[in-house]
Design a protein around this ligand. Structure first.
Ligand code: AMP
Ligand code: ZN
Ligand code: ZN
Length: 500
């Protein structure tokens, strides 16, 4: 333990200086267009972090071998497609960017948003609380292209990607890859520096059959074939070494079944409230019933459900100040769903064996993530990383000035500046009977506790017994040679000793 710690500390001396925010701005202004490399951001919807070994996926393996394998991607709350994708491209939590669910209600406009509502999906009004990376880039004269990404069809803060497509899940995957390669082939002055790509089939199979089931594997293997074509195409053009590839997903997937449904109308008169979104995290508005009465009705009503008034939602979710955050949030345990009797009665055949939307710290809600490209030191391995930090990373890679956001570039810098592969150290503790595993990287760490994985940033320590100190909203972890201390929300606080 001692030797590992000394090695880490040595790395840190240089890195703490290199990771100061002032440096980003310098790097951004130093870069010229000639030096700007292409960034391809790929989302495989519903690709859980443990799918890397699910099937025969040589292209994924090629990315891992040539890049930085990240244990998993910790998303923002709620772990749903529109909120989390928009967090990736804006660096803001849904509670700040305002895409608070796939289905949501805006009290100012008295209007609803849902994925299937084309008009709403294309209306910039819903997205104004964040600035997507393509808007930041276009505003700084950098051309961008999207082959689907939530928000990319809308004019946001007056700007759209130079090249974009109206969402159509039926577009063959080959066509998407060909278009990306055509963009890459464009002459310098037209070529996009940022390209996004999106695939929905792994998510659809996960919902229909459950995580890691055979159809999920088949969908993933098909996408892997597409990724192979992309990598081969880039290589044939001599562009692979000049391209950053960030392959992410928007959340994981967990098994659900008919036996684990909580009927909200067993406890609440639904005619007196508005429910803007159902499922693992249900969003309730006090239309005709006071907030206190809703909370009192639901508190302790079902052993697998928790309820909070808006101001009491755990700070860790950062689901706080946006007007679209509902008055009351009801959250089910992992694997449990919240619904209502009329809806369930209308479903003659049960066809949902997987879903997502729970606490982003739950390991099963973590997405897969791998990053590759010039500067990234191949063979490196990182503990879990937070998706909210990816906007800062992309701004850095594109050499543009990031807009205001909740993210942090520091966790990525070691993997971009080292000369040798960067791997993390693992330390095990016994925290008053509860095992905790700390995966410690130069600038951040992942805390593995029960079925959760939390991500914390390195901070300067003021405790001589715990020279390694880490923090995030709602989270604290510090350790030294003999002991550690941990705090997770108000749920878990303990002193720890090194476990054998
Ligand atoms: P979810 O269940 O939250 O993972 O949502 C996944 C679904 O979102 C996909 O199957 C698509 O139907 C839909 N979707 C993904 N991207 C877009 C988009 N850009 N515009 C509209 N719908 C989308
Ligand atoms: Zn999704
Ligand atoms: Zn989904």
């Amino acid at each position: 333990m001692m030797l590992q710690r000394i090695a880490l500390t040595l790395m840190l001396v240089g890195l703490l200086a290199a990771c100061q925010p002032a440096n980003d701005a310098e790097m951004a202004t130093d870069a010229t267009t000639d030096e700007r490399k292409t960034v391809i951001l790929i989302s495989i919807d519903g690709f859980r972090y443990d799918y890397f070994d699910l099937g025969d996926t040589p292209a994924l393996q090629r990315l891992v071998d040539g890049g930085v394998r990240v244990d998993s991607l910790h998303h923002a709350f709620p772990t749903k497609t529109f909120p989390t994708h928009y967090t990736v491209v804006t660096g803001k939590h849904p509670g700040h960017h305002g895409l608070v669910a796939n289905s949501m209600w805006d009290p100012d406009r008295d209007a609803r948003f849902s994925l299937g509502n084309r008009e709403a999906v294309g209306d910039g009004f819903w997205y104004e609380g964040g600035e997507p990376i393509w808007v930041t880039a276009e505003n700084q004269g950098v051309t961008t292209a999207t082959y689907f990404w939530p928000g990319s069809e809308a004019r946001i803060r007056g700007v759209r990607p130079t090249y974009w497509k109206p969402y159509d899940g039926d577009v063959p995957h080959e066509e998407r890859i060909e278009q990306v390669l055509d963009w890459v082939d464009m002459p310098e002055d037209e070529r996009p520096a940022l390209i996004t790509l999106y695939f929905s089939t792994v998510d659809s199979a996960g919902h229909r059959y459950g995580p890691r089931e055979e159809p999920v594997q088949a969908a993933l293997e098909e996408i892997d074939g597409q990724l192979a074509a992309l990598l081969d195409g880039l290589e044939a053009r001599g562009k692979l070494d000049d391209t950053y590839i960030l392959l992410a997903s928007d959340h994981g997937m967990s098994r659900v079944d008919f036996e684990r449904y909580i009927m909200l109308d067993d406890y609440l008169d639904l005619s007196r409230v508005r429910v803007s979104d159902w499922g693992p995290a249900t969003q309730i508005w006090a239309t005709d019933m006071p907030v206190e009465e809703i909370v009192a009705s639901l508190e302790g009503a079902h052993p697998n459900m928790r309820v909070w008034a808006k101001e009491d939602i755990p700070p860790r979710y950062q689901f706080d100040n946006h007007r679209r955050v509902p008055d009351v949030l009801a959250e089910a345990d992992l694997g449990w769903m919240i619904s209502n009797k009329p809806y369930m009665a209308g479903r003659s055949q049960f066809q949902l064996y997987g879903t997502h939307g729970w606490d982003p710290a739950l390991a099963e809600m973590h997405g897969g993530f791998v990053m590759q490209g010039p500067d990234f030191v191949a063979g490196s391995q990182s503990p879990a990383i937070r998706s909210v930090d990816l906007y800062e990373l992309m701004a850095h890679l594109l050499a543009i000035e990031p807009s205001e956001n909740d993210g942090n570039l520091a966790p990525f810098m070691p993997y971009l500046t080292a000369t040798e592969p960067v791997v993390y150290s693992t330390f095990n503790f016994d925290c008053e009977g509860s095992p905790v595993e700390a995966r410690v990287a130069p600038m951040h760490m992942a805390l593995h506790w029960e079925n959760e994985i939390h991500v914390l940033d390195r901070v300067e320590s003021t405790n001589p017994d715990h020279p390694e100190q880490f923090q995030a909203v709602g989270l604290e972890f510090g350790f030294g040679d003999d002991s550690a201390s941990v705090a997770i929300d108000d749920r878990f606080e303990a002193d720890c000793v090194v476990a054998n």
